[in-house]
Design a protein around this ligand. Structure first.
Ligand SMILES: Cc1cc2nc3c(=O)[nH]c(=O)nc-3n(C[C@H](O)[C@H](O)[C@H](O)COP(=O)(O)OP(=O)(O)OC[C@H]3O[C@@H](n4cnc5c(N)ncnc54)[C@H](O)[C@@H]3O)c2cc1C
Length: 483
Protein backbone atom coordinates (compact mmCIF):
# COMPACT_ATOMS: atom_id res chain seq x y z
CA UNK A 1 0.00 0.00 0.00
CA UNK A 2 1.24 3.49 -0.73
CA UNK A 3 2.01 6.10 1.91
CA UNK A 4 -1.02 7.88 3.34
CA UNK A 5 0.73 11.18 4.07
CA UNK A 6 1.90 13.32 1.14
CA UNK A 7 5.63 13.05 0.69
CA UNK A 8 6.13 10.35 3.25
CA UNK A 9 7.86 7.15 2.30
CA UNK A 10 6.81 3.64 3.23
CA UNK A 11 8.48 2.94 6.60
CA UNK A 12 11.55 0.78 6.04
CA UNK A 13 11.33 -2.66 7.66
CA UNK A 14 13.45 -2.75 10.82
CA UNK A 15 15.03 -5.59 12.72
CA UNK A 16 12.34 -7.47 14.67
CA UNK A 17 12.64 -7.74 18.44
CA UNK A 18 14.98 -10.70 19.19
CA UNK A 19 13.16 -13.89 20.24
CA UNK A 20 12.65 -14.22 23.97
CA UNK A 21 12.68 -10.46 24.61
CA UNK A 22 9.24 -8.96 25.31
CA UNK A 23 8.02 -6.46 22.74
CA UNK A 24 8.29 -2.86 23.93
CA UNK A 25 4.89 -1.26 24.54
CA UNK A 26 4.35 2.03 22.74
CA UNK A 27 1.35 4.30 23.31
CA UNK A 28 0.80 7.16 20.89
CA UNK A 29 -1.59 9.97 21.87
CA UNK A 30 -2.93 11.70 18.75
CA UNK A 31 -3.76 10.19 15.36
CA UNK A 32 -2.41 12.94 13.06
CA UNK A 33 0.73 12.59 10.91
CA UNK A 34 3.00 12.99 13.95
CA UNK A 35 1.22 10.09 15.63
CA UNK A 36 0.16 7.65 12.94
CA UNK A 37 3.45 7.60 11.05
CA UNK A 38 5.22 6.90 14.32
CA UNK A 39 2.75 4.11 15.15
CA UNK A 40 3.48 2.42 11.81
CA UNK A 41 7.24 2.69 12.30
CA UNK A 42 7.03 1.37 15.86
CA UNK A 43 4.92 -1.57 14.72
CA UNK A 44 7.44 -2.40 11.98
CA UNK A 45 10.13 -2.38 14.66
CA UNK A 46 8.24 -5.10 16.53
CA UNK A 47 6.63 -3.00 19.26
CA UNK A 48 3.12 -3.51 20.63
CA UNK A 49 1.47 -0.25 19.64
CA UNK A 50 -1.74 1.46 20.75
CA UNK A 51 -2.78 4.77 19.22
CA UNK A 52 -5.36 6.97 20.91
CA UNK A 53 -7.39 9.53 18.95
CA UNK A 54 -10.30 11.62 20.14
CA UNK A 55 -11.65 13.09 16.88
CA UNK A 56 -10.68 11.31 13.68
CA UNK A 57 -7.86 9.23 12.18
CA UNK A 58 -5.39 11.33 10.25
CA UNK A 59 -5.84 14.19 12.69
CA UNK A 60 -6.43 17.81 11.88
CA UNK A 61 -4.02 17.41 8.95
CA UNK A 62 -6.46 15.12 7.15
CA UNK A 63 -9.83 16.27 8.48
CA UNK A 64 -9.64 20.06 8.79
CA UNK A 65 -6.28 21.43 7.70
CA UNK A 66 -4.01 20.13 4.92
CA UNK A 67 -6.29 17.83 2.93
CA UNK A 68 -9.45 20.00 2.95
CA UNK A 69 -7.61 23.27 2.29
CA UNK A 70 -5.58 21.86 -0.58
CA UNK A 71 -8.66 20.22 -2.10
CA UNK A 72 -10.53 23.53 -1.98
CA UNK A 73 -7.47 25.25 -3.43
CA UNK A 74 -7.46 22.72 -6.31
CA UNK A 75 -10.83 24.16 -7.39
CA UNK A 76 -9.53 27.70 -6.90
CA UNK A 77 -6.47 26.84 -9.00
CA UNK A 78 -8.71 25.68 -11.82
CA UNK A 79 -10.52 29.02 -11.69
CA UNK A 80 -7.18 30.87 -11.81
CA UNK A 81 -6.13 28.87 -14.85
CA UNK A 82 -9.51 29.54 -16.45
CA UNK A 83 -8.81 33.26 -16.06
CA UNK A 84 -5.93 32.83 -18.52
CA UNK A 85 -8.15 31.12 -21.08
CA UNK A 86 -9.08 34.21 -23.10
CA UNK A 87 -5.40 35.18 -23.46
CA UNK A 88 -4.71 31.70 -24.82
CA UNK A 89 -7.46 32.17 -27.38
CA UNK A 90 -10.10 30.04 -25.68
CA UNK A 91 -13.66 31.20 -25.97
CA UNK A 92 -16.16 29.70 -23.56
CA UNK A 93 -19.65 29.53 -25.01
CA UNK A 94 -21.53 32.67 -24.05
CA UNK A 95 -18.48 34.47 -22.61
CA UNK A 96 -16.51 37.32 -24.22
CA UNK A 97 -13.13 36.31 -25.65
CA UNK A 98 -11.34 39.10 -23.81
CA UNK A 99 -11.40 39.75 -20.07
CA UNK A 100 -11.23 37.18 -17.33
CA UNK A 101 -13.33 34.02 -17.61
CA UNK A 102 -15.41 35.09 -14.66
CA UNK A 103 -18.49 33.56 -16.22
CA UNK A 104 -17.48 30.30 -14.56
CA UNK A 105 -19.29 29.91 -11.29
CA UNK A 106 -18.47 27.82 -8.31
CA UNK A 107 -21.06 25.67 -6.56
CA UNK A 108 -19.51 25.88 -3.10
CA UNK A 109 -21.89 23.28 -1.68
CA UNK A 110 -20.63 20.76 -4.25
CA UNK A 111 -17.01 21.84 -3.77
CA UNK A 112 -17.26 21.39 0.00
CA UNK A 113 -19.07 18.05 -0.33
CA UNK A 114 -16.14 16.84 -2.44
CA UNK A 115 -13.66 18.26 0.11
CA UNK A 116 -15.35 16.44 2.99
CA UNK A 117 -15.71 13.16 1.03
CA UNK A 118 -12.04 13.23 0.11
CA UNK A 119 -10.92 13.95 3.67
CA UNK A 120 -13.12 11.19 5.08
CA UNK A 121 -11.85 8.72 2.51
CA UNK A 122 -8.26 9.60 3.40
CA UNK A 123 -9.05 9.19 7.08
CA UNK A 124 -10.58 5.78 6.35
CA UNK A 125 -7.45 4.73 4.42
CA UNK A 126 -5.27 5.68 7.39
CA UNK A 127 -7.46 3.76 9.80
CA UNK A 128 -7.38 0.68 7.53
CA UNK A 129 -3.62 0.90 7.18
CA UNK A 130 -3.07 1.11 10.94
CA UNK A 131 -5.39 -1.87 11.54
CA UNK A 132 -3.74 -3.88 8.79
CA UNK A 133 -0.33 -3.32 10.39
CA UNK A 134 -1.60 -4.58 13.74
CA UNK A 135 -1.75 -1.27 15.60
CA UNK A 136 -4.45 -1.18 18.30
CA UNK A 137 -6.78 1.78 17.64
CA UNK A 138 -8.51 3.37 20.59
CA UNK A 139 -11.05 6.16 20.22
CA UNK A 140 -11.12 8.54 23.16
CA UNK A 141 -9.28 11.26 25.03
CA UNK A 142 -5.82 10.19 26.23
CA UNK A 143 -4.17 11.57 29.33
CA UNK A 144 -0.79 10.80 30.90
CA UNK A 145 -0.76 9.39 34.41
CA UNK A 146 2.98 9.69 34.95
CA UNK A 147 5.56 9.09 32.21
CA UNK A 148 4.71 5.41 31.65
CA UNK A 149 0.95 5.27 31.76
CA UNK A 150 -1.82 6.64 29.54
CA UNK A 151 -5.43 6.68 30.68
CA UNK A 152 -8.31 6.61 28.17
CA UNK A 153 -11.70 6.48 29.86
CA UNK A 154 -11.53 3.41 32.06
CA UNK A 155 -8.62 1.86 30.12
CA UNK A 156 -5.17 2.18 31.68
CA UNK A 157 -2.34 1.59 29.22
CA UNK A 158 1.12 0.79 30.60
CA UNK A 159 3.89 1.94 28.26
CA UNK A 160 7.65 1.71 27.85
CA UNK A 161 7.45 4.59 25.41
CA UNK A 162 4.82 7.33 25.12
CA UNK A 163 4.58 9.63 22.10
CA UNK A 164 2.58 12.83 22.51
CA UNK A 165 1.34 14.06 19.12
CA UNK A 166 -1.76 16.01 20.03
CA UNK A 167 -1.38 18.82 17.49
CA UNK A 168 -2.86 22.29 17.82
CA UNK A 169 -6.21 24.08 17.51
CA UNK A 170 -7.11 27.46 15.96
CA UNK A 171 -6.37 30.49 18.14
CA UNK A 172 -9.32 32.80 18.63
CA UNK A 173 -9.60 36.37 19.88
CA UNK A 174 -11.78 36.96 22.96
CA UNK A 175 -13.66 39.71 21.10
CA UNK A 176 -14.17 37.64 17.96
CA UNK A 177 -15.59 34.33 19.05
CA UNK A 178 -16.42 32.03 16.11
CA UNK A 179 -20.08 31.04 15.78
CA UNK A 180 -19.54 28.57 12.95
CA UNK A 181 -21.92 30.47 10.65
CA UNK A 182 -20.60 33.96 9.99
CA UNK A 183 -17.48 34.17 12.14
CA UNK A 184 -15.45 31.11 11.29
CA UNK A 185 -12.19 29.34 11.97
CA UNK A 186 -10.65 27.44 9.06
CA UNK A 187 -12.04 24.18 10.47
CA UNK A 188 -15.61 25.51 9.99
CA UNK A 189 -15.31 26.66 6.38
CA UNK A 190 -16.36 23.34 4.88
CA UNK A 191 -19.88 23.66 6.25
CA UNK A 192 -20.58 26.60 3.91
CA UNK A 193 -22.99 25.78 1.11
CA UNK A 194 -22.86 29.17 -0.58
CA UNK A 195 -19.94 31.33 -1.54
CA UNK A 196 -19.46 34.22 0.92
CA UNK A 197 -20.36 37.42 -0.87
CA UNK A 198 -17.71 39.41 1.01
CA UNK A 199 -15.21 37.49 3.11
CA UNK A 200 -13.08 39.37 5.64
CA UNK A 201 -9.97 37.30 6.37
CA UNK A 202 -8.23 38.29 9.58
CA UNK A 203 -4.56 37.27 9.54
CA UNK A 204 -2.14 37.32 6.61
CA UNK A 205 0.13 34.45 7.58
CA UNK A 206 0.19 31.28 5.48
CA UNK A 207 -3.35 30.13 6.37
CA UNK A 208 -4.91 33.58 5.93
CA UNK A 209 -3.12 34.18 2.62
CA UNK A 210 -4.01 30.75 1.23
CA UNK A 211 -7.73 31.10 2.02
CA UNK A 212 -7.89 34.77 0.96
CA UNK A 213 -6.36 33.85 -2.41
CA UNK A 214 -8.57 30.80 -2.82
CA UNK A 215 -11.87 32.55 -2.03
CA UNK A 216 -10.91 35.47 -4.25
CA UNK A 217 -10.35 33.01 -7.12
CA UNK A 218 -13.61 31.21 -6.34
CA UNK A 219 -15.46 34.51 -6.78
CA UNK A 220 -15.85 36.07 -3.31
CA UNK A 221 -15.04 39.71 -2.70
CA UNK A 222 -12.17 39.38 -0.20
CA UNK A 223 -10.74 41.83 2.33
CA UNK A 224 -7.49 40.69 3.92
CA UNK A 225 -6.74 42.30 7.28
CA UNK A 226 -3.01 42.22 7.97
CA UNK A 227 -1.40 43.60 11.09
CA UNK A 228 1.98 43.78 9.33
CA UNK A 229 3.53 45.90 6.57
CA UNK A 230 2.94 43.19 4.00
CA UNK A 231 1.26 39.82 3.70
CA UNK A 232 3.15 36.65 4.61
CA UNK A 233 5.55 38.20 7.13
CA UNK A 234 8.38 35.79 7.79
CA UNK A 235 8.50 34.57 4.18
CA UNK A 236 10.96 35.66 1.50
CA UNK A 237 10.28 39.40 1.11
CA UNK A 238 10.36 39.34 -2.73
CA UNK A 239 7.97 36.40 -2.80
CA UNK A 240 5.55 38.08 -0.40
CA UNK A 241 5.64 41.22 -2.54
CA UNK A 242 4.68 39.23 -5.65
CA UNK A 243 1.74 37.64 -3.82
CA UNK A 244 0.51 40.93 -2.44
CA UNK A 245 0.67 42.54 -5.90
CA UNK A 246 -1.18 39.58 -7.42
CA UNK A 247 -3.83 39.77 -4.68
CA UNK A 248 -4.42 43.46 -5.34
CA UNK A 249 -4.41 43.03 -9.12
CA UNK A 250 -7.14 40.40 -8.77
CA UNK A 251 -9.33 42.85 -6.90
CA UNK A 252 -8.63 41.82 -3.30
CA UNK A 253 -8.54 44.58 -0.71
CA UNK A 254 -5.42 44.21 1.43
CA UNK A 255 -5.48 46.32 4.60
CA UNK A 256 -1.87 46.50 5.81
CA UNK A 257 -0.81 47.61 9.31
CA UNK A 258 -4.41 46.97 10.40
CA UNK A 259 -4.90 44.96 13.57
CA UNK A 260 -8.33 43.41 14.15
CA UNK A 261 -9.66 44.04 17.64
CA UNK A 262 -12.93 42.15 17.37
CA UNK A 263 -15.69 40.80 15.17
CA UNK A 264 -19.41 40.64 15.72
CA UNK A 265 -22.47 39.48 13.87
CA UNK A 266 -24.91 41.97 12.43
CA UNK A 267 -28.37 41.42 11.01
CA UNK A 268 -26.91 40.74 7.56
CA UNK A 269 -23.35 39.64 8.15
CA UNK A 270 -20.33 40.64 10.22
CA UNK A 271 -18.49 43.73 11.34
CA UNK A 272 -14.78 43.52 12.02
CA UNK A 273 -13.49 46.35 14.19
CA UNK A 274 -9.87 47.36 13.78
CA UNK A 275 -7.69 48.58 16.66
CA UNK A 276 -7.73 52.14 15.21
CA UNK A 277 -11.56 52.20 15.25
CA UNK A 278 -12.21 51.52 11.56
CA UNK A 279 -14.96 49.01 10.84
CA UNK A 280 -14.83 46.51 7.97
CA UNK A 281 -18.12 44.99 6.89
CA UNK A 282 -18.53 41.61 5.31
CA UNK A 283 -20.92 38.72 4.89
CA UNK A 284 -18.51 36.36 6.66
CA UNK A 285 -15.26 36.56 8.59
CA UNK A 286 -12.48 33.99 8.71
CA UNK A 287 -10.22 34.16 11.74
CA UNK A 288 -6.73 32.96 10.80
CA UNK A 289 -4.67 34.26 13.70
CA UNK A 290 -2.54 31.23 14.44
CA UNK A 291 -2.83 28.10 16.55
CA UNK A 292 -2.48 27.04 20.15
CA UNK A 293 -0.87 23.72 21.09
CA UNK A 294 -3.25 21.04 22.40
CA UNK A 295 -1.24 20.35 25.53
CA UNK A 296 -3.52 21.44 28.36
CA UNK A 297 -5.11 18.93 30.70
CA UNK A 298 -2.97 16.11 29.35
CA UNK A 299 -1.05 15.49 32.58
CA UNK A 300 2.19 16.46 30.86
CA UNK A 301 3.80 18.63 33.50
CA UNK A 302 2.75 16.20 36.24
CA UNK A 303 4.59 13.50 34.25
CA UNK A 304 7.75 15.63 34.17
CA UNK A 305 7.29 16.94 30.62
CA UNK A 306 8.50 20.53 30.37
CA UNK A 307 6.39 22.99 28.37
CA UNK A 308 7.57 26.28 26.87
CA UNK A 309 6.00 29.64 27.74
CA UNK A 310 3.67 29.25 24.77
CA UNK A 311 2.51 25.85 26.03
CA UNK A 312 4.44 23.78 23.46
CA UNK A 313 6.20 20.59 24.49
CA UNK A 314 9.96 21.12 24.69
CA UNK A 315 11.79 18.56 22.52
CA UNK A 316 15.31 17.97 21.27
CA UNK A 317 16.32 16.96 17.73
CA UNK A 318 15.42 13.32 18.35
CA UNK A 319 11.97 14.28 19.75
CA UNK A 320 12.82 13.51 23.42
CA UNK A 321 10.98 15.51 26.06
CA UNK A 322 12.32 16.24 29.54
CA UNK A 323 10.62 13.05 30.86
CA UNK A 324 12.43 9.77 30.25
CA UNK A 325 10.53 7.58 27.78
CA UNK A 326 8.16 10.37 26.75
CA UNK A 327 8.60 11.73 23.22
CA UNK A 328 6.63 14.38 21.34
CA UNK A 329 6.09 15.17 17.67
CA UNK A 330 4.25 17.63 15.48
CA UNK A 331 2.40 20.87 16.11
CA UNK A 332 2.26 20.33 19.88
CA UNK A 333 6.05 20.89 19.87
CA UNK A 334 5.96 24.12 17.84
CA UNK A 335 9.15 23.11 16.00
CA UNK A 336 7.75 23.77 12.49
CA UNK A 337 4.03 23.41 11.85
CA UNK A 338 4.10 21.17 8.79
CA UNK A 339 2.63 17.71 8.34
CA UNK A 340 5.90 16.49 6.82
CA UNK A 341 7.89 17.71 9.84
CA UNK A 342 5.38 16.17 12.27
CA UNK A 343 5.71 12.79 10.57
CA UNK A 344 9.51 13.03 10.50
CA UNK A 345 9.63 13.91 14.20
CA UNK A 346 7.39 10.93 14.96
CA UNK A 347 9.55 8.54 12.95
CA UNK A 348 12.75 9.87 14.52
CA UNK A 349 11.19 9.45 17.99
CA UNK A 350 10.40 5.80 17.38
CA UNK A 351 13.80 5.09 15.83
CA UNK A 352 15.46 6.59 18.89
CA UNK A 353 13.17 4.94 21.42
CA UNK A 354 13.35 1.48 19.83
CA UNK A 355 17.07 1.45 19.10
CA UNK A 356 17.08 1.92 15.33
CA UNK A 357 19.54 4.17 13.44
CA UNK A 358 18.62 7.82 14.13
CA UNK A 359 19.25 10.87 11.99
CA UNK A 360 18.39 13.97 14.08
CA UNK A 361 15.93 16.46 12.62
CA UNK A 362 17.57 19.04 10.36
CA UNK A 363 15.21 21.89 9.55
CA UNK A 364 17.54 23.28 6.90
CA UNK A 365 16.49 20.46 4.60
CA UNK A 366 12.74 21.00 4.93
CA UNK A 367 10.96 21.98 1.73
CA UNK A 368 7.78 23.98 2.30
CA UNK A 369 5.10 25.38 0.04
CA UNK A 370 2.48 28.09 0.35
CA UNK A 371 -0.48 27.21 -1.86
CA UNK A 372 -1.32 30.68 -3.11
CA UNK A 373 -1.54 31.41 -6.85
CA UNK A 374 1.32 31.51 -7.72
CA UNK A 375 2.69 29.17 -5.06
CA UNK A 376 5.76 30.00 -2.97
CA UNK A 377 8.09 27.06 -2.40
CA UNK A 378 11.21 27.32 -0.29
CA UNK A 379 14.06 25.10 0.83
CA UNK A 380 17.24 25.54 2.83
CA UNK A 381 18.31 28.82 4.41
CA UNK A 382 16.31 31.97 3.73
CA UNK A 383 18.02 35.16 2.63
CA UNK A 384 17.22 36.69 6.03
CA UNK A 385 18.79 33.74 7.87
CA UNK A 386 21.91 33.96 5.66
CA UNK A 387 22.23 37.67 6.33
CA UNK A 388 21.75 37.22 10.07
CA UNK A 389 24.29 34.38 10.20
CA UNK A 390 26.83 36.51 8.31
CA UNK A 391 27.39 33.75 5.74
CA UNK A 392 29.09 34.86 2.54
CA UNK A 393 26.71 33.95 -0.26
CA UNK A 394 25.81 34.82 -3.82
CA UNK A 395 22.22 35.08 -4.98
CA UNK A 396 20.61 35.08 -8.37
CA UNK A 397 17.00 35.64 -9.39
CA UNK A 398 15.27 35.04 -12.69
CA UNK A 399 11.78 36.32 -13.43
CA UNK A 400 9.35 33.63 -14.51
CA UNK A 401 8.06 35.93 -17.26
CA UNK A 402 11.38 35.37 -19.11
CA UNK A 403 10.93 31.61 -19.20
CA UNK A 404 9.75 30.41 -22.65
CA UNK A 405 7.38 27.75 -21.27
CA UNK A 406 5.86 30.28 -18.87
CA UNK A 407 5.26 32.65 -21.82
CA UNK A 408 3.52 29.87 -23.76
CA UNK A 409 1.34 29.08 -20.76
CA UNK A 410 0.51 32.73 -20.14
CA UNK A 411 2.21 32.76 -16.71
CA UNK A 412 3.66 36.12 -15.72
CA UNK A 413 4.06 36.36 -11.96
CA UNK A 414 6.90 34.65 -10.15
CA UNK A 415 10.61 33.99 -10.07
CA UNK A 416 13.32 31.50 -9.20
CA UNK A 417 15.93 32.58 -6.68
CA UNK A 418 18.92 30.52 -5.57
CA UNK A 419 21.53 31.20 -2.87
CA UNK A 420 24.94 29.54 -3.02
CA UNK A 421 27.99 29.76 -0.79
CA UNK A 422 30.27 32.56 -1.97
CA UNK A 423 33.42 30.41 -1.99
CA UNK A 424 32.35 26.80 -2.53
CA UNK A 425 29.27 27.38 -4.71
CA UNK A 426 27.28 24.89 -2.61
CA UNK A 427 23.57 25.59 -2.85
CA UNK A 428 22.36 26.89 0.52
CA UNK A 429 18.73 27.61 -0.28
CA UNK A 430 16.19 28.58 -2.87
CA UNK A 431 12.79 30.14 -3.47
CA UNK A 432 10.47 29.35 -6.36
CA UNK A 433 7.40 31.50 -6.94
CA UNK A 434 5.35 29.94 -9.72
CA UNK A 435 2.26 27.89 -10.39
CA UNK A 436 3.03 24.42 -8.97
CA UNK A 437 6.19 25.74 -7.30
CA UNK A 438 5.72 22.92 -4.79
CA UNK A 439 6.72 20.50 -7.56
CA UNK A 440 9.45 22.71 -9.04
CA UNK A 441 11.36 23.06 -5.77
CA UNK A 442 12.46 19.41 -5.75
CA UNK A 443 15.73 19.86 -7.74
CA UNK A 444 16.75 22.54 -5.23
CA UNK A 445 15.76 20.26 -2.34
CA UNK A 446 18.06 17.58 -3.78
CA UNK A 447 20.81 20.17 -4.16
CA UNK A 448 20.49 21.33 -0.54
CA UNK A 449 20.23 17.79 0.89
CA UNK A 450 23.20 16.49 -1.08
CA UNK A 451 25.30 19.64 -0.94
CA UNK A 452 25.40 20.05 -4.71
CA UNK A 453 27.03 23.15 -6.17
CA UNK A 454 25.33 25.65 -8.45
CA UNK A 455 27.68 24.43 -11.21
CA UNK A 456 26.42 20.87 -10.78
CA UNK A 457 22.86 22.09 -11.31
CA UNK A 458 23.92 24.28 -14.24
CA UNK A 459 25.59 21.33 -15.97
CA UNK A 460 22.48 19.12 -15.76
CA UNK A 461 20.08 18.89 -18.67
CA UNK A 462 16.62 20.38 -18.40
CA UNK A 463 13.84 19.85 -20.89
CA UNK A 464 13.40 22.67 -23.41
CA UNK A 465 11.05 24.45 -22.98
CA UNK A 466 10.35 23.85 -19.29
CA UNK A 467 9.80 25.88 -16.14
CA UNK A 468 12.62 23.95 -14.47
CA UNK A 469 14.91 25.36 -17.16
CA UNK A 470 14.89 28.56 -15.08
CA UNK A 471 16.50 26.70 -12.18
CA UNK A 472 19.46 25.65 -14.33
CA UNK A 473 19.67 29.14 -15.82
CA UNK A 474 19.79 30.77 -12.38
CA UNK A 475 22.56 28.36 -11.46
CA UNK A 476 24.51 29.38 -14.59
CA UNK A 477 24.28 33.03 -13.55
CA UNK A 478 25.59 32.06 -10.11
CA UNK A 479 28.67 30.48 -11.73
CA UNK A 480 29.64 33.90 -13.07
CA UNK A 481 29.04 35.54 -9.68
CA UNK A 482 31.27 33.26 -7.58
CA UNK A 483 34.63 34.59 -6.43
C1 LIG B 1 -5.37 25.47 7.11
C2 LIG B 1 -4.08 24.71 7.25
C3 LIG B 1 -3.47 24.20 6.12
C4 LIG B 1 -2.29 23.48 6.26
N1 LIG B 1 -1.68 23.02 5.12
C5 LIG B 1 -0.53 22.34 5.21
C6 LIG B 1 0.12 21.85 4.04
O1 LIG B 1 -0.34 22.09 2.92
N2 LIG B 1 1.24 21.12 4.19
C7 LIG B 1 1.77 20.83 5.41
O2 LIG B 1 2.80 20.15 5.50
N3 LIG B 1 1.19 21.29 6.55
C8 LIG B 1 0.07 22.04 6.48
N4 LIG B 1 -0.55 22.49 7.61
C9 LIG B 1 0.04 22.15 8.92
C10 LIG B 1 -0.40 20.75 9.32
O3 LIG B 1 -1.81 20.66 9.31
C11 LIG B 1 0.11 20.39 10.71
O4 LIG B 1 1.49 20.67 10.78
C12 LIG B 1 -0.13 18.92 11.03
O5 LIG B 1 -1.51 18.67 11.12
C13 LIG B 1 0.54 18.53 12.35
O6 LIG B 1 0.31 17.18 12.60
P1 LIG B 1 0.14 16.66 14.11
O7 LIG B 1 0.15 15.16 14.01
O8 LIG B 1 1.11 17.31 14.98
O9 LIG B 1 -1.26 17.19 14.58
P2 LIG B 1 -2.76 17.02 14.09
O10 LIG B 1 -2.84 16.75 12.63
O11 LIG B 1 -3.44 18.22 14.63
O12 LIG B 1 -3.27 15.74 14.86
C14 LIG B 1 -3.34 15.70 16.26
C15 LIG B 1 -4.46 14.80 16.66
O13 LIG B 1 -4.38 14.58 18.07
C16 LIG B 1 -5.70 14.45 18.57
N5 LIG B 1 -5.68 14.71 20.01
C17 LIG B 1 -5.39 15.86 20.65
N6 LIG B 1 -5.44 15.69 21.98
C18 LIG B 1 -5.78 14.39 22.18
C19 LIG B 1 -5.99 13.62 23.33
N7 LIG B 1 -5.85 14.13 24.54
N8 LIG B 1 -6.33 12.32 23.16
C20 LIG B 1 -6.50 11.80 21.94
N9 LIG B 1 -6.30 12.49 20.81
C21 LIG B 1 -5.94 13.77 20.93
C22 LIG B 1 -6.49 15.47 17.78
O14 LIG B 1 -7.86 15.11 17.78
C23 LIG B 1 -5.85 15.36 16.41
O15 LIG B 1 -6.58 14.48 15.59
C24 LIG B 1 -1.71 23.25 7.53
C25 LIG B 1 -2.33 23.78 8.66
C26 LIG B 1 -3.50 24.50 8.52
C27 LIG B 1 -4.14 25.08 9.74
Amino acid sequence: MTSTTPGLAEPAPSAPVPPGRPSPRVVVVGGGPGGYEAALVARRSGADVTIVERTGWGGAAVLTDVVPSKTLIATAEWMTIADRAPELGIRTAGLPVDGPARGHQVDLGRVNARVVELAEAQSGDIRARLEQEGVELLTGEGRLDGPQRVVVGDRVLEADVVLVATGATPRTLPEAQPDGERILTWTQLYGLSELPERLVVVGSGVTGAEFAGAYNALGSDVVLVSSRDRVLPGEDADAAEVIEEVFRSRGMTVLSRSRAAGARRTATGVEVTLADGRVVEGSHCLMAVGSVPATRGLGLEEAGVRLTGSGHVEVDKVSRTSARGVYAAGDCTGVLPLASVAAMQGRIAMAHALGDAVVPLDLREVAANIFTAPEIATVGMSQKALDEAGIRYVASTLELARNPRAKMLGMKDGFVKVFAHGATGIVLGGVVVAPRAGELIFPLTLAVSHRLTADEIAQSFTVYPSLSGSIAEVARVLHQRQD
